[in-house]
Design a protein around this ligand. Structure first.
Ligand SMILES: [Zn+2]
Length: 344
């Protein structure tokens, strides 16, 4: 693109404006097409200081905040082109600034010819519109990306919504945090599926020692129902152990619902009331943890049978895998969450 811009900027001398035709002794009464009071059409007039050109350049200069002010009294087109070139075409790689002056010259010329040959209107708005449409196509096609617009103020008329930055993989470390002294922590996992639902809960103290955990199959109507049932069972299990319980759940929706004043969806009102009544008698705080941080509770689902009755474990009877995973939490080893995020 830069090479093309070089060639185009240097070929402007051969453009057959009226003055050039007169110079070639072609008899012609020159009347420019760009001014309300037409005057002789020279290259400088057409491309630089005629009404259309002056308005177009005035509008476009705003796109280049780093471009020094041009002395308008200087009407030498060659100097002006060198000036643009010196300030705007500084990068080797294609850049919007190296394309735009070239695109403006080309559009002025083609719109001026359209006026002569097709009687089309030749105004600054039309030229600017053509230039931005062309830039829009290049931007949408990804030829002009963020890098190519760097340092320029992108005009509002150009939409950059087509820039789809490739999402990149991010890693987040999620650790299970033990409760304060005098508190116990209850991690809950309620799972729901067409095939069958389950509820799990695990109760640990400030040193991440297992106090008790449970797992059971349940009959639930939704993931939220499953989690509410798991909380209810977990609070029953924790009941006799302490009055300060940090309840950690795997659904933000549950945290919001239990903190809200309303009763929630009609079909779950009895569940919500049941859990709220149990929470009334204790001091409780509720938080959300991503599933990667709640792995022990999730892992309980893999243990044991399809029995419908509730199975309890303590630190002696807990399966080896559960013990190993709790040990990781005890050591403060984080779990890894991989996710994709947009670039800044
Ligand atoms: Zn004019």
């Amino acid at each position: 693109m830069t090479a093309y811009s070089h060639r185009y900027l240097s070929s402007y001398k051969r453009i057959p404006v009226d003055a050039k035709l007169q110079w070639r002794r072609i008899s012609l009464a020159s009347r420019c097409r760009c001014c309300r009071a037409p005057t002789t059409e020279t290259r400088e007039h057409l491309f630089l200081y005629g009404e259309v050109a002056a308005q177009v350049w005035g509008a476009i200069e705003v796109w280049f905040p780093n471009l020094p002010r041009w002395n308008v009294a200087n009407t030498d087109l060659e100097k002006r082109i060198k000036f643009w070139h010196r300030w705007l075409c500084r990068t080797d790689k294609p850049h919007a600034s190296s394309i735009i002056p070239c695109l403006v010259l080309w559009t002025i010329r083609s719109e001026r010819n359209g006026q002569i040959h097709r009687g089309a209107l030749f105004t600054a708005e039309i030229v600017l519109n053509q230039v931005t449409q062309h830039l829009q196509r290049l931007t949408t096609a990804g030829k002009l990306g963020k890098k190519q617009w760097k340092g320029c103020t992108i005009p509002e008329t150009i939409s950059t919504s087509a820039w789809r930055e490739k999402a990149r993989k991010q890693i987040k470390l999620i650790s299970w945090v033990p409760p304060d002294a005098n508190w116990i922590k209850l991690n809950i996992d309620g799972q729901w599926s067409e095939a069958g639902s389950g509820a799990r809960g695990i109760l640990r103290d400030k040193d991440a020692n297992l106090l008790r955990c449970f797992k059971t199959n349940i009959s639930a109507t939704s993931p939220l129902d499953g989690e509410l049932q798991a909380i209810s069972l977990g609070l029953d299990m924790a009941g006799e152990r302490g009055q300060r319980i940090w309840l950690e759940v795997g659904r933000l929706e549950t945290v919001d619902l239990l903190g809200a004043k309303n009763h929630g969806a009609a079909n779950l009102r009895h569940r919500i009331s049941e859990v709220r009544n149990k929470l009334k008698s204790i001091r409780c705080k509720i938080s959300y943890i991503q599933k990667e941080g709640n792995k022990v509770a999730k892992c309980l689902a893999l243990q044991g049978s399809r029995e419908t009755s509730c199975i309890y474990f303590d630190q002696h009877t807990a399966p080896a895998l559960i013990k190993a995973m709790m040990r990781m939490d005890q050591l403060g080893l984080p779990n890894v969450l991989l996710y994709r995020s947009e670039r800044d």
